[in-house]
Ligand binder design. Structure first.
Ligand code: URA
Length: 205
């Protein structure tokens, strides 16, 4: 059974994105000045996805396209990610996407100070979204969520645990774009992820 065919969770009370808590958090992030990236951003990048996502993807930080659009993963990496999401059978309301860092870092570096400054925002997002399944993209998101998990190249595609729920780390889609040799590994990890998703989304009903 494809993930898109799997029966879904019973509805929870309020859709997280419609709550005052989420709207307040969004406003805080948009006005944030906790790190120097505030001075160079066009937009803070908060979230893209459904109002009540079952699965949350966690990336690293916005790039140029995301900074301009104010939405995560809308550039080249985003196109690859969207293809993967469609292949997994996840509908537009079933997933959400966030980043560790909400503002675009210069020169594609991920400043540690910004990861630390943004961490409480990520935690509040995950608390409010309360996903049943988490997928990290790249080594930084993995090491923030599951410190000590081991190298991303070893654990990508494996089922781990975050806060009592399944987490599957993947390579970052940008890595596949920069290094096409990794494409078969990406495809393989997605197949493994699809099997775990199918099992978890069916079994917890
Ligand atoms: N890469 C990321 O990690 N996040 C984005 O939003 C875009 C590219």
């Amino acid at each position: 059974m494809a993930v898109g065919d799997a029966p879904r969770t019973p509805r929870r009370a309020a859709a997280p994105l419609r709550t005052a808590a989420w709207r307040g958090l969004r406003r805080e992030i948009e006005r944030c000045e906790r790190c120097p990236l505030a001075g160079t951003r066009t937009h803070a990048v908060v979230y893209r996805g459904g109002e009540r996502p079952t699965v949350v993807w966690i990336g690293e930080a916005p790039g140029r396209a995301e900074d301009l659009a104010g939405r995560p993963f809308v550039g080249a990496s985003g196109r690859r990610l969207d293809r993967a999401i469609a292949d997994l059978g996840l509908g537009p309301e079933e997933f959400g996407i966030v980043n560790l860092v909400k503002c675009r870092p210069p020169a594609n570096r991920l400043p540690r100070a910004s990861v630390v400054a943004c961490r409480p925002y990520l935690e509040r997002q995950l608390h409010l979204l309360d996903p049943r399944f988490v997928i990290t993209l790249g080594r930084h998101a993995l090491s923030e969520l599951v410190p000590g998990a081991g190298p991303i190249t070893r654990v990508a595609g494996c089922e781990l645990v975050w806060n009592g729920r399944p987490l599957v780390p993947l390579l970052h889609p940008a890595a596949i774009l920069h290094n096409p040799v990794l494409a078969p590994r990406w495809a393989d990890d997605l197949r493994r992820l699809g099997r775990v998703l199918d099992r978890v989304l069916r079994q917890t009903l």
